[in-house]
Ligand binder design. Structure first.
Ligand code: GDP
Length: 459
């Protein structure tokens, strides 16, 4: 890939931090950065004789060459041994937004240097063969990983596990394609027995396994929306606070304190969970409360799981049944809160068809571990026969696998029905392309645009 322009961006997150990094990549990277760099004890610094991969201490100065902007570490990584495969320079500054922005603006003032687009460094790395698409996508997912489990599943891509599986699979399919194409080119040289064993079932089965691993692992990436509902004063806000281990929502003995939805993030057993505390649901004429209840209803319809809170020491009231009507068609866990007030759950009118309640105390933390286990059990598909996947595939990769599987199935049908070899070849080529889209061996600009637009600037 030949790129004529040089790109630059701040690669660390905005805000105050110990250090910040500006990254520059392209033919002008070294020359342009040295224009603003002063090495300790030396006034000149020859761009043609810089040593690759060696940190150099110095200062970034203004255009007047006198005023120091910051004390920095400067490092260049000469092509092709760099992240992008081009000449790359990193300037490690102090992590002040003003410093970073000032230095970036200086660099961008040099002709032929422009601000990098989101993911452009990584896009160049892919196009220059420094990494494949599974690796690039994994990097993006690692940056946004919310739990150690997601990190574990995603970082497996960095060692190229999935890519090598896909490459081997493509090779095997390619061999079948060669055989079939030979029957088109040299029909007289081949005996029927050469083709008699042609079956794509092993490949289809393998692809199906990877597709099902998507459902097994997506929970760790996408997380769960868990909505806490119940009539006023049952302890919803107290439960939210206990699960978050901080006072996020106001707790009060007066009903109706939570009138709007409060949401917060928590990890339970490596599952990223968004918890929603909702307004107490009951029949009311209060207009503000009604609005809160309408919002709670909307959230119920979008929830993955509902925690239905009642009180452990009281009979169910009309309001509890009113709440039940709203949630019965969804996935829910019944929590009998305030168990600290009684020895056992004492709800004398609990309908038999309701699930067994879990006794909890949101105030004292009783039963919370059982509740967490129950949330995890509801969330994770219990396909105990399936081993834990080696890696996590994303939605795009799943779609490519589905396309490959469908094309291979079509090829098998065409082959079994003795359709002309050309027809079989078309389907096999489609399958190969779909698998090639996963690694980037086959790509369209649109695929790259879609992938890299989700990256941050500077990656
Ligand atoms: P919400 O209206 O459903 O959000 O209920 P709150 O969390 O505001 O709690 C209402 C009242 O119940 C407050 O006085 C809490 O201190 C109290 N409460 C909440 N959970 C418990 C519990 O587990 N045990 C006891 N004894 N009181 C609780």
């Amino acid at each position: 890939m030949i790129v004529s322009d040089t790109i630059a961006a701040i690669s660390t997150s905005m805000g105050t931090s110990g250090i910040g990094i500006i990254k520059i990549s392209g033919p002008m990277a070294i020359k342009a950065s040295l224009y603003f760099f002063r090495k300790k004890n030396t006034s000149t610094f020859d761009p043609d004789n810089v040593v690759s991969h060696k940190m150099i201490h110095g200062w970034i100065v203004n255009e007047d060459k006198q005023t120091i902007i910051d004390e920095v570490l400067w490092v260049c990584m000469k092509k092709p041994h760099s992240y992008t495969g081009e000449d790359v320079v990193e300037i490690h500054t102090h992590g002040s937004h003003v410093v970073l922005q000032t230095i970036l603006e200086s660099i961008l003032s040099v002709p032929d240097i422009r601000l990098a687009e989101p993911g452009e460094f990584t896009r160049r790395a892919c196009l220059n063969g420094r990494m494949d698409l599974t690796h690039a996508e994994a990097l993006n997912e690692i940056i946004s990983a919310q739990t150690s489990k997601t990190l574990h599943f995603t970082s497996a891509h960095l060692s190229g596990k999935f890519r090598s599986h896909i490459t081997r699979l493509r090779d095997r399919i390619f061999k079948c394609l060669t055989k079939i194409e030979a029957t088109i080119d040299f029909p007289d040289d081949l005996f029927d027995e050469d083709l008699i064993e042609l079956s794509f079932m092993p490949q289809i089965n393998q692809i199906e396994q990877w597709i099902s691993s998507y459902d097994q692992t997506s929970i760790y990436r996408d997380g769960l929306r868990v909505v806490i509902v119940g009539r006023p004063n049952v302890g919803k806000s107290s439960l939210l606070n206990y699960l978050l281990a901080k006072d996020r929502a106001i707790v009060s003995q007066h009903p109706g304190t939570t009138r709007d939805v409060i949401d917060a993030q928590v990890n339970i057993d490596n599952i990223p969970i968004t918890l929603y505390d909702t307004a107490g649901i009951h029949q009311t004429l209060d207009v503000v409360e009604q609005q809160g209840i309408t919002r709670a209803k909307a959230l119920i319809t979008e929830a993955d799981l509902i925690l239905f809170i009642v009180e452990a020491d009281k009979s169910l009231s009309d309001d509890d049944f009113y709440v039940f009507q709203m949630i019965e068609k969804h996935k829910w866990i019944l929590c009998a809160n305030k168990i600290d007030r009684v020895k056992n759950i004492q709800i004398d009118n609990l309908p038999r068809q309701w699930t067994d309640p879990i006794g909890i105390s949101a105030l004292h933390g009783i039963g919370i571990d059982d509740l967490k286990k129950s949330i995890v059990n509801q969330a994770i598909q219990k396909d105990s026969d399936l081993p834990e996947p080696e890696f996590m595939i994303n939605f795009r990769q799943k779609k490519c696998l589905e396309n490959a599987k469908n094309a291979l199935m079509q090829a098998q049908i065409a082959y079994n029905n003795h359709l002309p070899p050309d027809c079989v070849v078309i389907d096999i080529r489609q399958a190969l392309d779909a698998l090639g889209n996963i690694t980037g061996d086959v790509y369209h600009e649109q695929i790259l645009d879609d992938i890299f637009s989700t990256f941050c600037i500077g990656k």
